[in-house]
Design a protein around this ligand. Structure first.
Ligand SMILES: [Zn+2]
Length: 291
């Protein structure tokens, strides 16, 4: 009994010590947040961009890479024949999918974008080394592997949903290659941007009549390299200001062609590419809301 009392006393002693020597770490706030009385009108969504990718891998490896390492995406679309899309990172957190680059005046796109990874190997295995001997500068359309139509349907509906919730501008639904042209070629020439635009009203696409009107050989011949580069910049691409089509600049042309003229991506500026670029800038001028 005596022992028990002693034990009880020794256990309570430190607690008493705590109470009596309390240092003043405040547990009550001296303010309340009033979010009702005043409201600002100058505001917009933090999410501005959707970046689409392919994983260059199969389902199993894609899941492993995107859930265990230092790369991730908000959503993963496998090539299974089911109705699932996996949400790997909550939309209010940053996924690590974009890396260096930029688009439409924004850099560090992980801060302001939703990333969607689609399982697709990208370049077909037999063409993986096609650029190695230097005779080809860029992969042509045929080197890319087509997407499963069910994947495209799921991606399209997901993008529709995200676009509506964050009011994302059509131009800001882009491929990884659009924001990082010298590092990335995904989602590649077989990602059906035109189909997404026409069938699901997703993303940007030019009007055929505008393109036709800009197919003007003389105007194209008269356009200087800095002028054409400015057109790319106006649309949103990051491009250097050198007055030649150096490798980095050709990478931008290639990225643009992957998106808007996917059947013939060459990395070379030509009349049709120029006309499409002009048509896009006409249609989407002033559509950015940088604030
Ligand atoms: Zn990517």
């Amino acid at each position: 009994m005596v022992k028990n009392i002693f034990l009880a006393f020794s256990l309570t002693l430190p607690l008493i010590g705590c109470v009596t020597t309390t240092s003043p770490v405040a547990t009550t706030k001296s303010y309340i947040v009033d979010g009702k009385t005043y409201q600002a009108t100058g505001k917009s969504e933090r999410i501005k961009t959707i970046v689409l990718h392919y994983t260059v891998s199969d389902n199993e490896r894609s899941i492993n890479t995107l859930t265990t390492g230092k790369v991730s995406a908000h959503y993963l679309v496998l090539d299974n024949d089911d109705d699932k899309i996996y949400n790997l990172v909550p939309e209010n957190e940053r996924a690590w999918h974009a890396g260096d680059g930029g688009f439409a005046g924004r850099t560090i796109l992980n801060d302001t974008s939703i990333g969607i990874e689609i399982v697709n190997v990208g370049i077909a295995p037999e063409y993986k080394d096609a650029l190695k001997d230097g005779t080809l500068a860029y992969h042509p359309y045929d080197h890319y592997v087509a997407f499963d139509q069910l994947q495209i349907k799921k991606v399209a509906e997901l993008v529709q949903d995200i676009t509506a919730r964050y009011d994302i501008s059509p131009k800001n639904i882009i491929g990884h290659s659009d924001m990082a042209p010298s590092r990335k070629i995904d989602p590649g020439a077989k990602f059906p941007w035109e189909q997404l635009y026409k069938q699901y009203a997703i993303g940007a696409w030019y009007d055929g009549a505008d393109k036709f009107a800009f197919m003007d050989i003389e105007a194209f011949a008269a356009a200087t390299i800095p002028e054409i580069k400015q057109q790319f910049r106006d649309y949103g691409y990051q491009i250097n200001s050198s007055d030649e089509w150096d490798k980095a600049s050709r990478d931008v042309i290639y990225a643009f062609q992957l998106h808007f003229r996917p059947r013939n991506p060459t990395g070379e500026i030509d009349l049709e590419t120029y006309a499409i670029l002009k048509a896009l800038n006409k249609k989407y001028a002033d559509s950015d809301n940088f604030y």
